[in-house]
Write a protein that binds this ligand. Structure first.
Ligand code: UDP
Ligand code: MG
Length: 325
């Protein structure tokens, strides 16, 4: 372990909070953070990222930044999604250590004390892992199955309940920022950069205000992103399955030829034909889809567009800045 200075005298902690339509929660979030943080870090900033909210979130941020100099904000030009909002926060953060947390108080700020404490003992990442109390039975079951399958499929280890509630050292943040991919699957990226990671457990908390932005469709897409953005094993699978099916087909063809020669009877073909056509058609469509998924990613990556656009920050209100291109 490194043991390099993290929270020394001059240590500055940035708390990055991505916010999308969180106008009702911001005031209490600020209150709790302003209460907890002074005893956690001698010098800190609260960096709010407005991810193109359509409610009064940005107005609330302006007011908070005006009344509390420790609050800064970055407002994106539209809703870019939580991944991009976090990236915007990470690239704006000035701290020697950076915490990432949700705006809805589902990530208890009191945990930051323990997390920073662990960071100071030499870890580069400290993750808070929640249990699944209060989540729907179905959702917990699906998540568990998902992570079990994922870990078999991808090269980096992902764990259920480990989300984006983390504290990172400056060098871990810089490592994350050096990963330039356009399709960002943070869970995987956090694991990919490596470094010594500590995990602490906490009890699931229900959202304080507003509502969750996850729909079933979004979760499904997120799941597919996770598999595809971290390896090419689905493509490898296509090759093996294709090989297997081809071998079976040749074997069966051989069998039919031998059978006709031996018995002299015409091979009754309809059923086997249908099975063969439908089976192969299905497989081909499936793997065309898989290939398309990768090709689509190449397409998006090759455009090299910025991950987000900034329309306003607490420091400037005029220029438009392209971030993290
Ligand atoms: N969020 C965001 N952009 C989005 C969706 C969500 O910045 O497009 C933020 C949201 O404001 C919150 C965090 O990401 O601070 C987690 O979102 P949410 O609570 O909806 O997710 P859940 O807790 O249900 O997983
Ligand atoms: Mg939430």
């Amino acid at each position: 372990m490194g043991g390099f200075p993290v929270l020394g005298e001059r240590m500055r902690l940035s708390v990055v909070v991505p916010c999308f339509n969180e106008e009702n929660g911001l005031a209490s979030l600020h209150e709790v953070l302003a209460d907890v943080l002074p005893s956690v870090a001698p010098d800190f900033e609260i960096l709010l990222v407005d991810d193109g909210s359509t409610d009064g979130t940005l107005a609330k941020m302006r007011a908070l930044a005006a009344s509390d100099p420790r609050v800064r904000f970055v407002a994106l030009s539209r809703n870019f999604g939580k991944e991009s909002a976090m990236l915007a926060g990470l690239s704006e953060a000035k701290g020697d250590a950076v915490a990432i947390m949700d705006a809805d108080l589902q990530h208890p700020p009191e945990l930051l004390r323990r997390m920073i404490g662990l960071l100071e003992t030499g870890y580069d990442q400290v993750v808070a892992r929640r249990d699944r109390k209060g989540d729907g039975r179905m959702r917990s079951l699906i998540s568990k199955t998902y992570y079990r399958t994922m870990n078999r499929l991808v090269d980096v280890r992902l764990r259920d309940g480990e989300g984006d509630f983390r504290v990172l050292t400056r060098r871990a943040v810089d490592a994350l920022l050096s990963l330039r991919e356009y399709n960002r699957f943070s869970k995987g990226l956090f694991a990919w950069i490596g470094f010594d990671t500590a995990v602490i457990d906490y009890q699931n908390v229900q959202r304080q205000a507003g509502s969750s932005k996850w729909t079933f469709g979004k979760l499904l897409n997120y799941g597919i992103d996770g598999v595809v953005s971290f390896n090419n094993r689905p493509l490898r699978l296509a090759i093996y399955l294709g090989l297997l099916v081809t071998l079976l087909a040749f074997g069966y063809a051989g069998y039919v030829v031998v059978d006709v020669l031996a018995s002299g009877v015409d091979a009754p073909g309809y059923a086997t034909l249908m099975v063969g056509v439908a089976g192969l058609g299905g497989l081909q469509l499936l793997f065309l889809g898989v290939m398309g998924e990768y090709v689509g990613r190449i397409y998006y990556e090759s455009k090299r567009r910025p991950h987000f656009l900034v329309k306003e920050t607490s420091d400037t209100r005029v220029s438009v800045v392209a971030g993290a291109e």
